[in-house]
Ligand binder design. Structure first.
Ligand SMILES: Cc1cc2nc3c(=O)[nH]c(=O)nc-3n(C[C@H](O)[C@H](O)[C@H](O)COP(=O)(O)OP(=O)(O)OC[C@H]3O[C@@H](n4cnc5c(N)ncnc54)[C@H](O)[C@@H]3O)c2cc1C
Length: 569
């Protein structure tokens, strides 16, 4: 989304910073390539200071980029230095912005090296706070818990590790699955929570907690209504996963459609939210009950939070290489598109105070092209229904199968790379130019040349294409792709786009009961400790993610249960 952000800065701060820099007075524009498009800035200089930085245009991701685009200009002006910290989780945007300002400094005749003296960092005193409920994490589960706890009359504090709220919920597709909703009734679709729970259970091959799936499904329509009450706009009833029942709704704008309104609704309840304040340890009393949490603010000072109860809602662990190797070895080499904060902190903290865990080596699996964001425009090629082959050149699946199954088939194939094959009617050098340039896509006038460019086994690849073309326009006897999508591989030039399996979330974590209480290894609740969302989803899934919209529904629903029960503790 294109956004114009005008940042006005305080002259008083500038005066306080004091500087003897020499600039040619005036305003200068400059730009540098951001994550999605150039970031353009207008920087105004007096003879001896940078007095104003305006962001003229950018296309950075809403929510994630807000902090660097606001904070970095303020810090540059306050310190009269370009040596300010980049914002964790938004490094690319931060660096681009700094680069653009540096260019403007050069245009103004300023000495960039003089403005790169380290800005002073001031650490505040350690502090102690007392609340009723402390929530760790500000995604779907954390914000839902905070809202419910506040509604129950509790004084609530939310701790968030990153500079912005939302975690994976912010960057998700904005899809949520429920049964028995008003949307379904209006569309004349008959559905029941029992049918949804059965679907989830079948996709888990019976290796999930049926009572917990029943609970979430039973409450799912209520969660949809609750989200609407918080200001979330939903629509676009559709199917997802392997079920033909339309149950999935969407915000239409991705995860910000959840986080922006729910954050506002939580703040309106008087809940305090501290960003850049990661929880680092849970506090226990001599009986083993959890009585608070220790966090660390960005300047290093410790925040000791005394609380009657703590809700761990810190998301999954697929951004931790160590935890992946230990608890989800099948995906230990995979790129994760999850939020950078999802390193399993809450799971580790709960284990430290005796919590039991559930890990089944499952994952929310997807595929991607670049190691960076899943949301890149070029990444949309991954949804192409054209022929997919492994590194040897063999076909392995129905290319329009649901993405978690696609991911599993990639893993089963044992190949490291995969190639989507396009003929001249399905792609062109122009449309793939960026990926060809970066080495993620390959082209040749001939199929033999394409096999060489990608190091496939030429004979195997040619045989695969021949067989695929034999099935053109027919029911796919090999893998079951619909006949209409069996379009074959036609005339060259040909293209191959390299895919790798990736993850968008982990499955497994803290063992909880139906009250969202964390359980110890004897199956007993740990007093004062609750958990919900991706850090506690082990009993909801087996190895394969069942369908889009499931995880968000589970996180909001169980987050609400955790928050309500934490307030009653
Ligand atoms: C690209 C992508 C698309 C997706 N699309 C969908 C979709 O459309 N529908 C769907 O159902 N699911 C989707 N998912 C999965 C879904 O987004 C997650 O399962 C869900 O958001 C998890 O919510 P959560 O509240 O448990 O965790 P998160 O939303 O990840 O929130 C956890 C928060 O805790 C913070 N945190 C971590 N450690 C600490 C600490 N020590 N102290 C304080 N805070 C901490 C994190 O920074 C984060 O903000 C998608 C995931 C991705 C990555």
């Amino acid at each position: 989304m294109r956004k114009i952000l005008i940042i006005l800065v305080s002259l008083a701060l500038m005066m306080a910073a004091g500087s003897a820099m020499a600039y040619t007075e005036g305003s200068y524009t400059a730009q540098a390539q951001g994550h999605n498009a150039p970031i353009e800035v207008k920087v105004t200089f007096s003879q001896d200071a940078i007095v104003d930085i305006q962001i003229i245009s950018h296309e950075e991701t809403s929510g994630i980029a807000d902090t660097p685009l606001t904070r970095i200009p303020e810090e540059i002006i306050a310190s009269q230095s370009l040596e300010v910290e980049t914002v964790t989780g938004a490094t690319f945007t931060s660096k681009a912005l700094l680069e653009a300002v540096k260019d403007a400094v050069a245009q103004a005749g300023g000495l960039a090296e003089k403005t790169t003296d380290k800005a002073p960092v001031k650490a505040a005193e350690d502090e102690e706070i007392t609340v009723d409920v402390a929530v760790i994490g500000s995604g779907a589960a954390g914000l839902a818990a905070a809202a419910e706890a506040a509604d129950a009359g509790a004084k609530v504090l939310v701790l968030e590790k990153l500079p912005f709220l939302g975690g994976n919920t912010l960057i998700c597709g904005g899809l949520v699955k429920a049964a028995g909703t008003a949307f379904q009734a209006e569309a004349g679709i008959e559905d029941t929570p029992g049918a949804l729970a059965d679907y989830w259970y079948e996709r888990a091959e019976g290796n999930a907690d049926k009572a917990m799936l029943d609970l979430v499904a039973e409450k799912s329509a209520g969660t949809i209504e609750w989200l609407q009450e918080q200001g979330v706009t939903l629509g676009g009833l559709a199917t997802s996963g392997t079920s033909l029942v339309p149950r999935m709704l969407g915000t239409g704008v991705g995860g910000s459609g959840f986080i922006v309104p729910v954050e506002a609704a939580v703040r309106a309840r008087g809940v305090e939210i501290r960003t850049e304040t990661p929880a680092i340890d849970l506090l226990t009393d001599e009986s083993g009950a959890v009585v608070g949490v220790v966090a660390q603010a960005a300047d290093g000072h410790l925040v000791t939070v005394h609380a009657k109860s703590v809700v761990v809602a810190s998301g999954g662990f697929d951004r931790s290489e160590e935890m992946k190797r230990k608890y989800a070895p099948s995906i230990s080499d995979e790129i994760s598109y999850s939020s950078i904060g999802n390193t399993g902190d809450g799971i580790r903290m709960a284990m430290d105070v005796g919590a039991d865990t559930v890990f089944k080596d499952g994952v929310i699996g997807l595929r991607g092209i670049r190691p960076t964001s899943f949301g890149d425009a070029e990444n949309s090629w991954v949804w192409s229904p054209t022929l997919l082959v492994n590194a040897k050149g063999e076909r392995l699946l129905n290319e329009v199968i649901d993405y978690p199954i696609y991911h599993s088939k990639m893993l089963e194939s044992g190949s490291k790379y995969f190639y989507l094959i396009f003929d001249s009617t399905q792609a062109t050098s122009d449309s793939l130019a960026v990926l060809i340039n970066e080495g993620y896509a390959f082209t040749s006038d001939t199929l033999e040349g394409l096999a060489k460019a990608t190091f496939m086994d030429e004979e195997v690849f040619l045989a695969t294409v021949a067989r695929y073309n034999e099935l053109k326009g027919q029911e796919d006897a090999d893998f079951g792709k619909p006949a209409a999508l069996m379009t074959g591989v036609g005339e060259g030039p040909y293209f191959a786009v390299r895919l790798v399996p990736t993850t968008i979330g982990s499955m497994g974590g803290i063992k909880v009961d139906l009250e969202a209480r964390a359980l110890n290894t004897d199956g007993q609740p740990i007093p004062g400790l609750f958990a919900a969302g991706a850090c506690a989803n082990g009993d909801l899934f087996y190895k394969e993610y069942p369908a889009s919209g499931s995880a968000i529904m589970m996180a909001f629903t169980l987050g609400r249960i955790a928050g309500g029960n934490a307030a009653a503790e």
